[in-house]
Design a protein around this ligand. Structure first.
Ligand SMILES: NC(=O)c1ccc[n+]([C@@H]2O[C@H](COP(=O)([O-])OP(=O)(O)OC[C@H]3O[C@@H](n4cnc5c(N)ncnc54)[C@H](OP(=O)(O)O)[C@@H]3O)[C@@H](O)[C@H]2O)c1
Length: 438
């Protein structure tokens, strides 16, 4: 007997009782998606026919009806008559190959794979468009928060100029632990790993590449921008210390990993970096693994989206919502959510922001004068010098805040400063996002 998940009856949904689904990748999100499909089986018209996973025998569960085919061969999925393939394996290959071939063989695709869409979104969207299929990826950014559909549909009437947010829950957990527990980065990372908020290899998260991939997708959907992941400047949070939070508090701020894509006078900046944000700003209030995205529109102003950025169930909701969208497209020809053809623009480093630079030095006379000389030579004005008492002279920390200056002047100035022999540690630089930006 075939298990049909009956019709979705809310007004506006036109379900196709014959919509067959194959799910590839039965892990955290994949299993949550299948549970959600069965939990709401009185409302959906989706028929799960295949579950595909490597070494599949160990994955089998008894709560999935026996007529569903378990396979470890992707060819079984591609050769089948399923209408929609749900890709939940993660990684670039073989996910890219699977999605490309699924679209070529006339199947629609739903994926939660941000790296896949950030790297190959343009090619795959064009392929889907040419083949009359849909490619939906709402779970790729901010997990359960419907930010992509909100930007695409809800704000279609505005011209967006910026998307900015906290896109990585792991970094947010680590930074809030450093702040609240006055612990080192290594201790905060170990705590996040013990609590299951950080992976064994957390490099993609802490160095900003995970948020960078999400920013590429946000820029495509919100700003109609074609960015490559390599065009996003990513700076790690690994050098942020408890001490930086003390100085940030003195400046009325806290520290968050902030991702921003902005169009300014026809040029684009796209950056993921630890940043000082005002304590009263929405970014500062994001705690734990939550995500927040704020869009800025020329006509409608700022709109915020927030909620759980990860986790099996919230992400499964986004995947199933995408599935329903794919079904609507197949059954009544409703518009596909994503069109190919985003626009490439020049990347700029002209954006001027005030900066926080923390130094640790082997103290001796003339250090401030030497630093001031370099900044001055690069036409950068010092705003203030902050130094807390009580530190050993062999490793003396202090902070210089700088008046707004562009990246193209700050980077060479800091490269020159790196040659000074009084530095006991690499200087840490972070932009200070004022209220209107944060
Ligand atoms: N977890 C979240 O909160 C979250 C949020 C948003 C988006 N996502 C995205 O959702 C996707 C899935 O994430 P997840 O957390 O569910 O990962 P996961 O728990 O590691 O699940 C991935 C599943 O795919 C299987 N798999 C991996 N490579 C495969 C291959 N080459 N062939 C066949 N099966 C393969 C894995 O099998 P094994 O058991 O053998 O490893 C595992 O069962 C990723 O793209 C991720 O970025 C996740």
């Amino acid at each position: 007997m075939t298990t049909l998940l009956p019709c979705f009856e809310r007004p506006g949904y036109f379900a196709d009782a014959n919509c067959k689904i194959a799910l590839v990748g039965f892990g955290t999100v994949g299993s949550a998606v299948v549970r959600l499909l069965y939990a709401r089986s009185d409302e959906h018209s989706l028929q799960l026919t295949h579950v595909c996973n490597r070494r599949v025998a160990r994955k089998k569960v008894n709560w999935i009806p026996p007529e569903v085919m378990w396979t470890e061969d992707i060819e079984d999925v591609l050769a089948s008559d399923v209408d929609v393939v749900v890709e939940l394996m993660g990684g670039l290959e073989p996910a890219h190959e699977l999605v490309r071939r699924a679209l070529q063989s006339g199947k629609s695709v739903v994926t939660a794979n941000k790296q896949l869409i950030a790297h190959f979104g343009s090619e795959l969207l064009q392929l889907a468009w040419d083949r009359g299929q849909s490619l939906n990826f709402g779970a790729c950014v901010a997990g359960g928060v419907p930010v992509l559909s909100g930007l695409r549909d809800g704000l279609a009437g505005d011209r967006l100029t910026e998307v900015c947010g906290i896109l990585n829950g792991t970094c947010n957990c680590i930074l809030t632990s450093i702040e609240q527990g006055s612990m080192s980065f290594a201790e905060a990372l170990a705590e996040a790993q013990r609590a299951g908020f950080a992976e064994a290899d957390p490099a993609d998260d802490i160095d900003g590449f995970d948020a960078g991939a999400k920013l590429v997708i946000l820029a495509r959907v919100g700003l109609n921008l074609e960015l490559r992941p390599g065009q996003v400047t990513c700076r790690s949070i690994k050098n942020v210390r408890a001490l930086d939070f003390e100085y940030a508090h003195e400046l009325g701020c806290t520290i968050r990993q902030v991702s921003t894509a902005r169009i300014n006078q026809g040029k684009v900046s796209a950056v993921v970096e630890p940043s000082l944000v005002p304590k009263e700003s929405p970014l500062a209030r994001v705690s734990g693994s939550e995500n927040l995205v704020v869009s800025s529109g020329e006509f409608g102003g700022d709109i915020a989206f927030s909620g759980p950025g990860a986790g099996g169930n919230p992400t499964a909701v986004a995947v199933v919502s995408d599935l329903l969208q794919a079904v609507r497209h197949r059954s009544n020809g409703s518009e596909r959510p994503h069109r190919p053809g985003a626009v490439s623009r020049e990347i700029t480093s002209d954006l001027e922001l005030p900066q926080y630079v923390r130094f640790v030095v082997r103290d001796r006379p003339g250090i401030i004068a030497a630093l001031a000389g370099v900044f001055s030579a690069h036409h950068i004005n010092i705003d203030a010098v902050l130094q807390k008492p009580g530190y050993a002279k062999a490793e003396l920390p202090f902070v210089i805040t700088l008046e707004p200056c562009p990246e193209c002047r700050l980077t060479p100035a800091l490269a020159e400063i790196a040659n000074f022999d009084f530095l006991a540690d690499t200087p840490v630089r972070m932009p200070i996002l004022k209220q209107e930006l944060a």
